[in-house]
Ligand binder design. Structure first.
Ligand code: URA
Length: 192
């Protein structure tokens, strides 16, 4: 896999952005965090997932999607796309845990935006899969909700953006979200 920016440049540049992000105090979430959860995976991958915000487990470990949602995500991505975590990059819209796992606020999303923007710029993925409302709305610059947005791919940078549900919503088990999320992952795979 080759990042458009070029592997040789992107990997050290991303490490430098991560170093800076780990000292970030741009919003009040900084005061309550254990760790900044920057992102993990293959910085030269063609595929990037973008979630919402770290939860308790992620805050403790410093890695995105390590709790129950992450386990479900790993399972669905492996079953539908045949990929393990070392084959893609994964990050969140907001890099620090909101207290009590509340929704991230617009000001927090805006303050954290440049970190995600830098990640997307440097990784330069062909396919971005957003997980849940917050990432889809931010990256597609829309107020439309995930239920209306999902079901198709949107032109995005050098490829596409495929919105899907947040795995936490699938775990809550409302309707047949798992089948729809699986279909979205198959859709994403077709663009890789
Ligand atoms: N939910 C998210 O959106 N991101 C995580 O990293 C964990 C749970």
């Amino acid at each position: 896999m080759t990042g458009g920016t070029g592997t040789i440049v992107a990997v050290p540049a991303l490490a430098e952005v991560e170093r800076e992000a780990k000292a970030c105090t741009r919003c009040p979430l900084a005061g309550g965090r254990t760790q900044v959860v920057f992102g993990v995976g293959d910085a030269t991958a063609d595929l990037m997932f973008v979630g919402e915000a770290p939860g308790q487990q992620e805050d403790l470990k410093g890695e995105p999607f390590v709790g129950r949602s992450g386990q479900l995500l790993d399972k669905l991505v492996f079953e539908e796309m045949g990929l393990t975590r070392d084959r893609f990059y994964i990050a969140n819209t907001v890099k620090c845990r909101p207290p009590g796992n509340r929704d991230p606020q617009p000001a927090e999303i805006a303050a954290c935006g440049p970190w995600l923007e830098a990640q997307v710029d440097l990784i330069d993925p062909k396919v971005v899969v957003t997980l849940g409302n917050f990432a889809a709305k931010l990256l597609l610059n829309t107020t439309e909700g995930i239920t209306r947005l999902r079901g198709r791919a949107y032109p995005y940078r050098r490829g596409v953006l495929v919105p899907t549900f947040h795995p936490a919503a699938v775990l809550r088990g409302a309707g047949d979200l798992a089948a729809q999320m699986r279909a979205d992952l198959v859709r994403a795979k077709a663009f890789l």
